[in-house]
Write a protein that binds this ligand. Structure first.
Ligand code: IMP
Ligand code: MG
Length: 193
């Protein structure tokens, strides 16, 4: 196995997005946030577990006054046929009149983000925007617009930089994709505009 391959459980992964590319992009997002939220004292809500690494790097770029907090979205099966219900945990701050920025690792179907946005808007914030490192546009089932987006990525399972595969791999400093049968058909991440 080539030395840049990583085995996690039953899957082998190869590099997809380098640490350096991620860092440059995160720096740019931080600069935009600094510009947009100067004097607004925003409150950042980073979504655990996956966003911890993106959040830590992003917040190091944020030089304006702000508050930082962490929330968790727990899924459990509801009694109704509607399926999984998502509950917001860990939000102790009052959001009334505040400018909120949700910080996520990835928006996939968008169901998690939709549930989060619904729960946040019930608390009457002045505004809510989304910062997400990754977005899988092909997978979106909800109309979600990511205001501060790192990369648009294709519909494939990614690992590292906070993203896990059954609990493993969150500590990797860059992002990996599974090695498929056809190594040549890899499509590159697109930097969002
Ligand atoms: P949703 O489908 O947008 O609700 O995404 C829910 C969660 O699934 C994300 O916050 C991630 O924790 C996880 N997830 C989605 N895509 C991936 C992936 O490619 N790798 C690892 N976790 C993922
Ligand atoms: Mg997540």
């Amino acid at each position: 196995m080539p030395e840049d391959r990583i085995q996690v459980h039953d899957l082998v992964f190869k590099p997809y997005l380098a640490e350096r590319e991620i860092r440059d992009r995160v720096r740019l997002l931080g600069m935009r946030i600094n510009r947009d939220y100067e004097g607004k004292n925003p409150i950042f809500l980073a979504v655990l577990n996956g966003a911890f690494m993106f959040a830590a790097d992003l917040f190091r770029e944020v030089v304006i006054s702000c508050e930082i907090s962490f929330v968790k979205v727990a899924s459990y099966k509801g009694t109704e046929s509607s399926g999984a219900v998502k509950e917001l945990l860990g939000l102790n701050e009052a959001l009334q009149g505040r400018h909120v920025v949700v910080v996520e690792d990835i928006v996939d179907s968008g169901l998690t983000m939709r549930a989060l946005l619904d729960r946040l808007s019930a608390k009457n914030p002045a505004s809510v925007r989304i910062a997400s490192l990754l977005l899988k546009p092909e997978r979106l089932q909800e109309s979600i617009s990511v205001d501060y987006l790192g990369f648009k990525v294709p519909d494939k399972f990614l690992l590292g930089y906070g993203l896990d595969y059954n609990g493993q791999g969150r500590n990797l400093c860059s992002i990996y994709e599974p090695v498929g049968g056809d190594e040549a058909s890899s499509s590159a991440p697109a930097e969002a505009s």
